[in-house]
Structures are given as C-alpha cells and as structure tokens.
Design a protein around this ligand. Structure first.
Ligand code: ATP
Length: 269
C-alpha cells in the first residue's frame, strides 16, 4: 500500500490577522476571499473568477499560512496535498490523489484546494533531471486535466505554492489555470516588526524588549525564522526560570539561530 496521504481536509481557523507584512497583496487576497464567500455575486455580473492562483515566495514566507487564512476568512473547507510526496511513488498514485482531492472539493464547493511545492511535479516537462518521471508527469497532467475540467462556476479555487516559479511548466500558467500570482517576499524591516508582533501575542514580554530594534537586527529572517526566534527566546526564558521573556533571551535566541544556520551552511555543500 502506498504511504502517500490522501488530500487532507481541514476547517481552517487561521485569519488574515495571523499573516503579517503582506500589505502589497492585500487587495488581491480580499478579492479571492470575497469570491469564495459569495460566488453568486460575481456570477450575476458575468465575472469569471480565476481558477488558479500561484503563491510565489522563498521558503518560510507564509505561503501555506496565507492559503489557510484565505480558507479561514472565507469559511470554506481547505483541502491540501504536498506535491513532493508524489515523487518516487508508484505510477498513478499522485494522479489518483489529485483526482480524489478535486472530486471531494467539488462536492464541498465553494472550497479551496492547496497544492504545496508545486514545482516538485510542475517542472517543465521534458526538461530537467533525466528520464523516469512518468509519475511526476502523470500527476502534473492530472492537475491540468482537473483545472480544465471544471467550470469557474463550480467554485473550487486552486492555490499552489512554489519557490521556483521559473522552472514551472508553461502549461500551468496558461489562462484558465494558474493565471494569477501573489508574491510573498522576504520581509523587510516593517514587515518583520509586524510578524514579530503576531508571534508575541501570547508571550509575556519584559519591558526591555523592543520589537522594532529586534526587527532591525534580523535582516534576512523569514516569517518562519521569526516565529522560531520568538519560540527560542521563550524557551530560553523558561530554562532560566524567568516569568517574562527579556531582551537578553532574544539576543541569545538570535545568536543561536544565526550560528545554527551558519553551521548548516558549512555542512551542506
Ligand atoms: P515553505 O515554502 O517552507 O513551505 P511557506 O512559505 O509555506 O514555507 P509557512 O509554512 O506558511 O511558509 O510558514 C511557516 C510558519 O512561519 C507559519 O506557520 C507562521 O507561523 C510563520 N510565518 C511565516 N510567514 C509569516 C507571516 N507573513 N506572518 C506571520 N507568520 C508567518
């Protein structure tokens, strides 16, 4: 039996308040949410909504979180699969999983489906790593078939995440498929401050903690890194039996994360 998961269905409780520093994409995101909430409004106006939206950005910039938040805000079911799971799988498994997911989502519409790491299967066909990619190609073809096979009025929206939009098969980007794109960049200073604010919501901070200063000192950190930073700082405080997380805890946590990354960089050629 295959170990690949079927699509996971969840009721997302994430909201846009959980995703910080994405002001540039807010309008587009608001439109997608509105469409999922009241598709009939768009249909009455003869407006055709996108079927597929690509979330593009480096690792840890909140693509998965944003997809969940969109489902949470629109109060629609969230179906997800990770494309990387289908690599090295028996031929046909990935395609079957994709077919199943869309079948379920259509029954549940309006619904949001999310394909993580789309580039794992969505690479340009015929290019790349040499032969033996039947599975990858079949899975990709199934995604294309599904997207072509349903009408916009079926109210299933497909979000897909990638950090390599450059390698995607151009067939995926054609009109009627992933023809919209939301880019999530590595956060600049203000965005880092906002992301830190999200993650310290439940953390008792000492008076000497200055999040803006911390943001200034964490250049290059992604949202995921910042979340990790807050958690490491809280763990440090616990280790020292403090009742609040101090600026010193954040300093130690920051050094540990940066040193850890440097060590990893040396280990991986
Ligand atoms: P990957 O490409 O590695 O899958 P991703 O872009 O999907 O990463 P997420 O998995 O959504 O990133 O991010 C991991 C975690 O980092 C999130 O669950 C969240 O806690 C935190 N995070 C990332 N970006 C943000 C953000 N913009 N605002 C708040 N939290 C964030």
């Amino acid at each position: 039996r295959s170990k690949a998961r079927r699509a996971r269905k969840e009721t997302s409780t994430a909201t846009l308040d959980d995703v910080a520093g994405i002001e540039s994409a807010k309008r587009e995101i608001a439109e997608i949410i509105d469409f999922l909430k009241s598709p009939e409004k768009y249909r009455a106006l003869g407006a055709v909504m996108p079927k597929g939206v690509l979330l593009v950005g480096p690792p840890g910039t909140g693509k998965t979180l944003l997809a969940r938040a969109i489902a949470g805000e629109a109060e629609v079911p969230f179906y997800s699969i990770s494309a990387s799971e289908f690599i090295e799988m028996f031929v046909g498994v990935g395609a079957a999983r994709v077919r199943d997911m869309f079948q379920e989502a259509r029954k549940d519409a309006p619904a949001l489906t999310f394909i993580d790491e789309l580039d794992a299967i969505g690479r340009s066909r015929g290019a790349g790593l040499g032969g033996g990619h039947d599975e990858r190609e079949q899975t990709l073809n199934q995604i294309l078939t599904e997207m072509d096979g349903f009408e916009a009025h079926e109210n299933v929206l497909v979000l897909a995440a990638t950090n390599r939009p450059d390698v995607l098969d151009s067939a995926l980007l054609r009109p009627g498929r992933f023809d919209r794109k939301i880019t999530l960049d590595r956060p600049h200073k203000e965005a880092r401050t906002a992301i830190l604010q999200v993650h310290v919501r439940k953390v008792p901070l000492a008076e000497d903690v200055n999040l803006e200063q911390l943001a200034a000192r964490t250049i290059g950190f992604s949202g995921a890194d910042l979340k990790n930073l807050v958690n490491e700082a809280a763990l440090t405080a616990a280790r020292e039996n403090l009742h609040e997380v101090t600026a010193h805890c954040f300093e130690l946590a920051r050094d540990r994360i940066i040193l850890g990354e440097e060590r990893d960089a040396h280990l991986t050629p």
